[in-house]
Write a protein that binds this ligand. Structure first.
Ligand SMILES: [Zn+2]
Length: 195
């Protein structure tokens, strides 16, 4: 079990809004505990935690940005995501924030110093789907609702191409049926991200 935040003071904890990319090295960790954190986002590097079986961010009410790379944690069987806090939740009615329009090239972007308020992440190294360096492709961000452990969670996809978006799996029944780019036009179906 790994509890990266418990040794911090409450004041320090409040300043931690994401985890460092070095979590990619935690390949032996089976249970990641983030109870009551002030985290806003989880970085894509969590996809390298290949032994992760349980993911416990419960009561992290500001946590809204989960990476598609969570689906690479193939042993993940249990989770306690506070689904009421998720974007698209019908009861709380937090709308999906609009993602940036897709682009065929990333040449004008600082991929290692992105504004997380715009991109939902501060670093994008690789395509979430095919894993090729994003600097060699374009950038097409979408939301897709998929099962993570025991929860269905809207995941942020950083795809290099429309072809990689087409390759995404289908969401479970009752959720938005296709990948989407958020914004006010997104209609949520009854049952989406119920608490
Ligand atoms: Zn790709």
């Amino acid at each position: 079990m790994f509890r990266p935040l418990v040794e911090l003071s409450p004041a320090e904890q409040r300043q931690i809004v994401t985890l460092p990319p070095t979590i990619a090295k935690l390949t032996e960790v089976k249970h990641l505990v983030l109870y009551g954190s002030n985290l806003v986002r989880i970085p894509p590097e969590i996809g390298s935690m290949t032994n992760l079986r349980e993911f416990s961010p419960y009561t992290s009410h500001r946590l809204h940005w989960f990476p598609y790379e969570l689906t690479r944690c193939r042993r993940l069987k249990a989770s306690t995501v506070s689904t009421r806090s998720l974007y698209g939740n019908l009861k709380v009615r937090a709308p999906f924030p609009p993602l940036q329009p897709g682009r065929a090239s990333t040449r004008d972007l600082d991929l290692l110093g992105l504004d997380p308020g715009v991109w939902g992440t501060d670093v994008i190294r690789a395509c979430s789907v095919c894993d090729r360096p994003i600097a060699e492709g374009g950038l097409h961000q979408v939301w897709i609702s998929l099962r993570v452990g025991t929860d269905t969670v809207p995941l942020l996809v950083n795809a290099c191409s429309p072809a990689c978006i087409d390759a995404l799996p289908a969401p479970p029944d009752g959720y938005l049926p296709t990948p989407h780019t958020g914004g006010p036009g997104i209609r949520r179906k009854r049952g989406d991200h119920r608490a």
